[in-house]
Design a protein around this ligand. Sequence first.
Ligand code: PBG
Length: 332
Amino acid sequence: MQAYPLYRPRRSRRWKWSRELFSESKLRTNDLIQPFFLLDGKNKEVNIEKMPGIQRYSIDRLFYKLEEIEELKIPLIAIFPCLEDHLKTNNGEEALNEDGLICSTIREIKKRFPGIGVMADVALDPYTNHGQDGLIDEAGNVINDETVRVLCKQAQIQAEAGADVIAPSDMMDGRILAIRKTLEDLKKTDTLIMSYTAKYASAFYGPFRDAVSSKLEKTASKETYQMDPRNTDEAMREATLDIFEGADMLLVKPGLPYLDIVYRLNASFDMPIFSYQVSGEYAMLKTAVMQSMLNEKDAVLESLICFKRAGSSGIISYFSMQAARWILDLEK
Ligand code: PBG
């Protein structure tokens, strides 16, 4: 490379058109995945206190949003249930109810909006009265192999209901292989698996737990199965396993504080890597916006392009629909 003054980096930044021409990363609406929180019943739209601007919807209300999802060309949605307390049990049996909130919603969506991809979460935390992602023994430890068996059944009914992407967020060992075998046995050979490969035990999930009315006690933690935020080699081992076990997409979660993990996985594996800009990240940005400390459009679009620059194929974000409107210039 030439040195100054032969090379002047500012030349490429001089004009809007030249900045566009020289841009290395692009954010399109089809890079975005929108999560939705679901409620039983009709005509319900309930605010989530810790996620200002995000609501939980009953299915009839969700349909209005899905019309927009189609218009905005957002390819995939992720759905999470918010159950009433009386449906939550020690073993989370409601997770296996074929006529429960998630499976019936998947069937309805696929009937009315066959062109929208639907991703279903595999984990027990919205269904257990202790809020852990799996079954627990008497001492309260999450037991791996028994949990995996239940998760396979949960994945099975979701796939049978029509879920396009099965997304195990539970972090049990061996669950990708077990779920892949389950799907093969069902002849569900087209069902994708988005593995939460590097899901860290993070403080940034707080508002989500509010959104699904999780019963996890303040003193409880998920550190025996979610990853240690201090580690990166461990993410490489998790990725190696998940690819070997039959995952189609690898997810890193949380988002912005973990872009080094995205970068490293993307450099090391020829697999699509996805990011989850989680509830706590949403809350931080939104709160700063509400206090007029940040410009929402600029800050949100910058945060999303950073995922692309780091190597994410796509991003799960609570800002997806809003960002898509900005990208398509439907809203200033
Ligand atoms: C639970 C699950 C969590 C999230 C997605 N799936 C929370 C947790 O692990 O406690 C967090 C998403 C977010 O914070 O936006 N299986």
